[in-house]
Ligand binder design. Structure first.
Ligand code: ADP
Length: 399
């Protein structure tokens, strides 16, 4: 089955076209809303083609992507009718969705309701759904939610200690994100360990521009670091993560910042960028730290220390762990971060093999722990789009 996977952000669209599990094409359209939108389009096994276009909104962007897919030279499909289903990444499904679902008018209405608690994320996801409805009206569409995997969290894990009415009335609670990635790598880890997932306690660390960690007990998420929004939890590239809630209030008063300004400060100017004053890119931070930049080193130390503490707390929450899994751009590629996080954790049965960690090849899954390590340390490349394509295929075949 040929499935198009769309991940629509506010000014970008990522896409992958699959035939069953085989990737036929992928690409990224950036700077939507301008006359200089750039399309990077790659057919599997061929060179990337870059082109610049005026693309003022998402539907025009998706039309451009569809045209690239059927282009006689740089395309891969004979006609748009070859696309049998479209799978969308949808960030927030709140408490309405604990699994991927066929998009019906009722489902669409519920995703629209979630705009209230995900004003930045759900509108572009919805724009992608509306665009496909207009451009390919007969094609079934599936929504795959970032929040769905974490809907198994018990209430003691997702409840904030604020007046209950804000949960009951305003749905304020921890939701968690990156669920598709946590779910994927947890299942891959079970395969690597040769055990059924329902016999495993796993701690999955998705470390990218956004970073989150999850405690996965018997295949179910029982806790995760991101919260009501993706701002909670670990410090990230530009987001502050966990913070004393009095700090933003204090800064607002002192600096006379309004809501929009404090939101930007915590989301865009904080994290490792805020601490280092240099970059949110871990490659740059590692280079500058190696050259002796104290604040670059401090940013890496804060990030890794906070992650280490989360691992300890999830071992406590699950009464043990069989493996710690690293994934995402940083988790997959930074041996420096992995070493800083899991070294000196022998007390918990975590023994890193430093040589295996440093020698791990890009793009490959690897066990980087010592044979004696009670808790395995695994690096597993994530593939959220493949999960979306598989869920889409399964749901379309069932309906
Ligand atoms: P996103 O959350 O946007 O999907 P990614 O998972 O692609 O992000 O991760 C991006 C992050 O991965 C960036 O901070 C980048 O610096 C980091 N990264 C990529 N390659 C390396 C590397 N070789 N060493 C350290 N960090 C890396």
């Amino acid at each position: 089955m040929k499935v198009l996977v769309l991940n629509c952000g506010s000014s970008s669209i990522k896409y992958k076209l699959y035939d069953d599990d085989q990737q036929l094409a992928d690409g990224l359209l950036e700077k939507i809303g301008t006359a200089q939108a750039q399309l990077n389009h790659t057919i599997a096994g061929r060179k990337k083609v870059v082109s610049v276009h005026e693309v003022l909104e998402h539907q025009a962007g998706i039309e451009l992507i569809l045209r690239a897919l059927v282009d006689p030279e740089k395309g891969v499909l004979a006609s748009m009718e070859d696309i049998q289903a479209v799978g969308h990444r949808v960030v927030h499904g709140a408490e309405s969705f604990s699994e991927s679902t066929l998009i019906t008018p009722e489902v669409l209405a519920k995703i629209e309701e979630c705009i209230d608690i995900a004003p930045l994320h759900n509108p572009p996801n919805l724009a992608g759904i509306y665009a496909i409805t207009n451009l390919l009206p007969k094609v079934p569409q599936i929504a795959v939610f970032d929040t769905a995997f974490h809907q198994t969290m018990p209430d003691k894990a997702f409840m904030y200690a604020i007046p209950y009415v804000f949960y009951a009335r305003n749905h304020i609670r921890k939701y968690g994100f990156h669920g598709t990635s946590h779910c994927f790598v947890a299942h891959e880890a079970a395969t690597m360990l040769g055990k059924p997932i329902d016999e495993l306690k796993l701690i999955t660390c998705h470390l990218g521009n956004g970073s989150s960690i999850a405690a996965v007990d018997q295949g179910k998420s029982v806790d995760t670091s991101m919260g009501f929004t993706p701002l909670e939890g670990l410090p990230m590239g530009t987001r502050c993560g966990d913070i004393d809630p009095a700090v933003p209030l204090y800064i607002m008063g002192k600096e006379e910042l309004n809501l929009q300004q404090i939101n930007a400060l915590l989301n865009k100017h904080s994290g490792v960028l805020g601490i280092s004053g240099i970059s949110n890119d871990f490659r740059t931070l590692e280079e500058e730290s190696a050259k002796g930049d104290r604040r670059a080193t401090l940013a890496l130390e804060v990030y890794c220390y906070r992650l280490k503490k989360y691992i300890g707390s999830y071992v406590a929450a699950m009464n043990g762990a069989d493996a710690i899994v690293f994934t995402g751009g940083i988790g997959e590629n930074s041996d420096v971060v992995r070493e800083m996080v899991v070294k000196d954790m022998e007390f918990l049965g975590i023994e890193l093999d430093i040589d295996k960690n440093r020698a791990r090849k890009r793009g490959e899954a690897a066990d980087i722990s010592k044979p004696s390590s009670r808790v395995k340390v695994l690096v597993i490349p994530t593939n959220e789009e493949l999960v979306i394509a598989r869920d889409t295929r399964r749901i379309v075949s069932e309906t």
